[in-house]
Design a protein around this ligand. Sequence first.
Ligand code: NAD
Ligand code: MG
Length: 396
Amino acid sequence: MKGVTLLGATGSIGTSTLDVLSRHPDRYRVEALTAHRDVTGMLALCSRFRPRYAVMADAGAASELAGKLSVGDCPTEVLAGVDGLEQVATLDQVEIVVAAIVGAAGLLPTLAAARAGKRILLANKEALVMSGRLFIDEVVAGGAELLPVDSEHNAIFQCLPVDFRRGLDGTGVTHILLTASGGPFRETPLEKLARVTPDQACAHPNWEMGRKISVDSATMMNKGLEVIEACWLFGLSPEQIEVVIHPQSLVHSMVQYTDGSLLAELGRPDMRTAITHALAWPERIESGVAPLDTAALGQLDFSEPSLERFPCLDLAYRAAHAGGGAPTVLNAANEVAVAAFLAGTLPFPAIARVIEECLEGCPAGNPGDVEAILALDGEARQRAVEPCAGLAGDPG
Ligand code: NAD
Ligand code: MG
């Protein structure tokens, strides 16, 4: 029986994870659930899963939840803030921490789980992108186990040789191919992008996800963040990562070997496959996902992404090449610009322009510790405010 802490329990990945956990009550015990400020959602989860702890990042929401839980017989203790998140990510009785908070807010609890030597199921790619080397060093120093939940990286993990962590030299791997659906605007005429709405951007053709990652998929910044994520997870250089548009989202990614073999992982676009794989690895257990009906698959299409349509992908490759603090700045500027777009104050094409302006002022050099990373993240968020305001009514 393994104890699990689920960071980001009320989100899309959180919901899929709880579905998988509830299929295996004999193997996994939910020790702690966390959320930002959704008291109603958390109350329902606490009644159903009866975790030892519930953490609300927002202090007001934590008091409200504690008040509501005190009237029933639920055994859950409520904690608050980043301290609470770090506490439940490091509990002795927890072996597995699912990192499914969205954005930079997930960094500190995920790093705490790494230091405490947990098995980390990483969905929160922003945490790894913003802290890169430091994150990987903490995983190694803490004796933690990092398993990718992002579907592309989970596919790559499954297609690489088992001992890939000793380095890819001599394994015959030449490069990897990350597949991308192209999002909802893959074929929208470019001149119409200035008027697309948040709801249109969040209507992803194949995956149901939170709003921030849905916008990232529409700009393809999601794939850009995934290129940087793959560099750190698999010890690759950006040149070894190719992005290919595959609108059906059935091939989740591929690994090219020197003898001409191209290994792929296929499945339905349902995150429960990757979550279950990472939970049980190296075992295989049931996830609730039906097998692909290969006879009914029809056509699988692949094409090269246009950098004119998807400038955010180009910006992410540039940040990956630049290294140092550039990925931290890229991520922070993107979070600010996407929030402004979702709030209806920034046109869709301006997201890339805000990020580009912020990257231009990016200081060289590597932020050496977590304080330096958080300081750089904060400065970049400040720097993004002005172009966000300046481009507010700009049709792009
Ligand atoms: P979501 O918006 O549906 O859920 C986010 C979760 O994080 C919620 O539980 C929310 O309460 C919590 N949260 C938000 N802000 C917080 C804060 N400031 N402090 C503490 N908690 C906070 O997002 P999602 O789609 O589940 O994505 C979560 C992460 O997984 C993201 O990093 C995303 O890129 C990654 N991911 C998601 C998918 C997917 O299919 N949804 C696929 C691959 C990777
Ligand atoms: Mg992905």
